[in-house]
Design a protein around this ligand. Structure first.
Ligand code: ADP
Ligand code: ZN
Length: 609
């Protein structure tokens, strides 16, 4: 498909030269140069960098600099397809072996491999471990092994894949071939586990801050979740994004509702027909704009760089999951939104899933602790980013200025009395009732249930008329998020007092609550603007360039971003290159892409002059 970039016997290509000529990028980012130098020199590496940091180049460039083929193990076929397509567009000889190929296609790739005609070969772990494949590899020169999404080998991780365990054999089977494990999963348990299981104890560890400064975190209290979502989406019209829901049914309902509201939305979950799923995923990748409403079955291995927002309509299971899911936004480094609406019912639902789930008790305890840590982030009145990073053992000095808590600081109120009343209501009713009934007691509502239980005789009856229904819900939610009370699912969601309730109940410990902001039609925090262009002319040119990109992408049936990223098109709109050599100075425009697309995009720019 393209001329060979490297030929055996020639001196090694320099990483900087490959970066410039093949990928069209002027300089390395962060620790890329160091990592690449280490691997080109034959060293093993464990690379722990956040999403969007540029991990792919850390193995793609050594693959081109070293002799032989680089084998990249990746868990997901969609990811492979995209990466291979993007590499081919840049003139790299890349291929993927996976279960979607016909036997003939698979044989062609094996032949190319044996003939030394590949720079990079992507494989699923099953393929790698499968019949005879390792034998085949042992007969060709190998540049390196890259193990992407390496956290999949750990049972601690949320994406455990048993096939990954086979990768432990690589070390003995291919001594001397450098191995890199890469992941964006940060927690120390997973890290240690993957190093041990992959026998990478001697590898050099590269890690950096997990902060994603271009992502704006916003967590709102559920009020009318769909309407809140619609308002949020209105601020992102025409942009591509993901809405996560917990259940398949909710995915379908939400997609339908959004469509009825005039927002183009497509459902995605494991229960849909494979062909429907593929079509929706394809539209998400290849068209510009549709919102994908999905369960967490969607997303891993999706490398789409210009996802402008990730919205959660249900609470994720942990900070790790939340961070990974929201991390799919803004890989291209442009401003992006992570938005979540959550309420007390989410907490009950998650707790119930844990309690009724099949895990052994010790695992359930870990799961409960993970959920509590996420609740803390949801209920904090301080910077969300600080709280998230603290969970990964990182300190962020001061507020970030790019989360809802920093942008619209929460108002606090002295809740010492309210907390006492709430706890007293729980205590006096024998810790047997849920928030709804307790609120009726506090607010003095003579419901049938209140009268039947004679709860109107309690001293707590009606002592909380000064706070409305929503206000009390907020109090109970915040008490639960702080572990002062807990929800017992084995007793229909009854609220129970925890040890830390005692000093509060006795009035020895003051409590502050955050006031839930009232929902306004226009919330100040929504929509981080993506890297604004200076003038309407620039904006118009950018749109014309996008249209040209979409046309070229459709012609080839590939996602637009494998041709050029938005960042490249924005630079073109700003600088208006008028020659092939000016074009080469635009980041992301390498020599293969100039040869292929230079004229088409130069013509669009010329027409705009
Ligand atoms: P990760 O795998 O770490 O999530 P990717 O490898 O997908 O990240 O890279 C994220 C984005 O950053 C891509 O759009 C990529 O083109 C871009 N990128 C990577 N390295 C550089 C660099 N040195 N200069 C400019 N852009 C880069
Ligand atoms: Zn902040």
């Amino acid at each position: 498909m393209s001329e060979a970039l490297k030929t055996t016997g020639e001196p090694m290509l320099q990483p900087e030269k490959v970066l410039k000529e093949v990928f069209g990028l002027p300089s390395f980012r962060g620790q890329q140069a160091e990592i690449i130098g280490h691997v080109v020199g034959g060293g093993d590496a464990v690379v722990l960098l956040p999403t969007g940091a540029g991990k792919s180049l850390c193995y793609q460039i050594p693959a081109l600099c070293r002799d032989g083929v680089a084998v990249v193990v990746s868990p997901l076929i969609a990811l492979m397809r995209d990466q291979v397509e993007a590499l081919r567009q840049s003139g790299v000889r890349a291929a993927a072996l996976n279960s979607t190929l016909t036997p003939e296609e698979a044989r062609d790739i094996r032949d190319a491999l044996a003939a030394g005609e590949l720079d990079l070969l992507y494989v699923t772990p099953e393929r790698l471990a499968g019949d005879g494949f390792m034998g085949l590899l042992s007969r060709v020169p190998l540049a390196l092994f890259a193990i992407d999404e390496a956290h999949c080998i750990s049972q601690w991780g949320h994406d455990f894949r048993p096939e990954y365990l086979q990768l432990a054999r690589l070390k003995e089977r291919f001594p001397g071939v450098p191995r890199l494990a890469l992941t964006a999963t940060a927690d120390p348990q997973t890290r240690d586990d993957l190093v041990r299981r992959l026998q990478l104890d001697d590898a050099r560890l590269f890690s950096a801050s997990f902060d994603r400064p271009n992502i704006r975190y916003t967590i709102v209290r559920k009020d009318n979740a769909k309407a809140q979502l619609r308002d949020f989406l209105k601020a992102h019209e025409g942009a591509s994004g993901i809405v996560y829901c917990l259940s398949r049914k909710k995915v379908e309902d939400t997609a339908e509702w959004l469509t009825a509201q005039g927002i183009q939305a497509l459902p995605y979950h494991a229960g849909l027909d494979r062909s429907v799923r593929d079509r929706h995923q394809d539209a998400f990748l290849k068209d510009e704009g549709p919102v994908l409403v999905a369960t967490i079955a969607f997303g891993m291995g999706i490398d789409k760089p210009d996802v402008r927002f990730v919205a959660h309509l249900d609470l994720p299971s942990s900070i790790e999951a939340y961070y990974q899911e929201t991390g799919r936004a803004g890989r291209d480094g442009l401003p992006s939104d992570a938005w979540m609406a959550y309420g007390m019912s989410d907490v009950s639902q998650r707790r119930r899933m844990i309690d009724e789930g099949g895990s052994p008790e010790a695992v359930k305890q870990v799961e409960r602790a993970k959920l509590d840590a996420l609740l803390h982030v949801c209920e904090t009145a301080d910077c969300r980013r600080q709280a998230l990073l603290a969970h990964f053992g990182e300190q962020h000095e001061g507020g970030c200025g790019n989360c809802d808590a920093c942008l619209n600081p929460a108002e606090m109120w002295d809740g010492t009395e309210a907390a006492r009343k709430a706890l007293s209501a729980i205590y006096r009713t024998g810790q047997r009732f849920g928030a709804g009934h307790l609120i009726d007691i506090l607010r003095g509502n003579r419901t049938e249930k209140v009268e039947r239980s004679r709860h109107d005789d309690l001293p707590t009856f009606g002592v909380g008329r000064d706070i409305d229904q929503k206000g009390w819900q907020s109090v109970f939610r915040q008490l639960a998020a702080r572990g002062i009370i807990s929800i017992d699912h084995t007793a229909y969601g009854a609220l129970k007092l925890e040890e830390s309730a005692r000093p509060v109940l006795q009035g020895q410990q003051p409590v502050e609550f955050r006031r839930d902001p009232v929902r306004t039609r226009r919330q100040k925090t929504a929509a981080a603007a993506p890297d604004p262009l200076a003038s309407p002319e620039e904006e118009a040119l950018f749109q014309s360039l996008r249209a040209e990109r979409l046309r070229l992408a459709r012609e080839q049936g590939v996602p637009p971003y494998v041709i050029f990223h938005d960042t490249s098109l924005r630079e073109m709109a700003r600088r208006r290159p008028s020659s092939v050599s000016d074009m080469g100075d635009i980041p992301g425009v390498g020599s293969a892409k100039i040869a292929r697309y230079g004229d088409a995009f130069l013509a669009v720019i010329a027409a705009a002059d």
